[in-house]
Design a binder for this molecule. Sequence first.
Ligand code: PGA
Length: 250
Amino acid sequence: MRAKIAAGNWKMNGLSAALAEVGALAAAHPAPGCTVLICPPATLLAQMNWQVGQAKAPFHIGGQDCHPAASGAHTGDLSAAMLKDAGASHVILGHSERRADHGESDALVRAKAGAAHAAGLIAVICVGETESQRDDGTTLAVIAAQLAGSVPDGATPANSVIAYEPVWAIGTGRTPTLAEIAEVHADIRARLADRFGAAAAGFSLLYGGSVKPSNAAEIFAVAHVDGALVGGASLKAADFGAIIAALDAA
Ligand code: PGA
């Protein structure tokens, strides 16, 4: 059985006051049937970890990026061990916003994932095509190349999750058709099988890009969709809670 995961990516949103949303989520969903992961800005990790512990909520906390090195002279960066020390169990890597804003290559994402694994973090490795790549018909080739380049050889279902996030669907309110999601997720599973054999069946595959309460259930019904990576709709407890409930019911 693959882990079902509802992951929230707060991106560069949230001051201390936003932690009230986590309290509300814990009150409304004290015992979710899926893995609930919240990835706040790094400044809130330790506070959120404390708060989740106080609430006895079974929520996991994650970072949004880490440096490939274990420590050193890298002003402004955070190591995987630092995230772990602050209470993180997961880290999002290779998000399209980091690939675009910071020029992150597949090789860098792969190095970061290796660092995450070495520190005992689960890497949530993101892949996804741009709108022009989809229009060109190269979606599956782009994603195959990203998987080959970004997923390290040491990846296992226990230490890695793959998130498919079409760049054009992130924050836009637009989503692929269910058939398009199904095609890409089945192809990701097949590419993982080429590389990791039978273990491929154990990797959780998340869809991300404009997931919201109104479309979560139909997306979760698609084969090989084991959960979601949610941006905007993860910021409010009511919306994220509805997505968690949809995944519980899937
Ligand atoms: P969105 O973001 O849900 O706001 O589209 C998803 C993501 O970037 O992970």
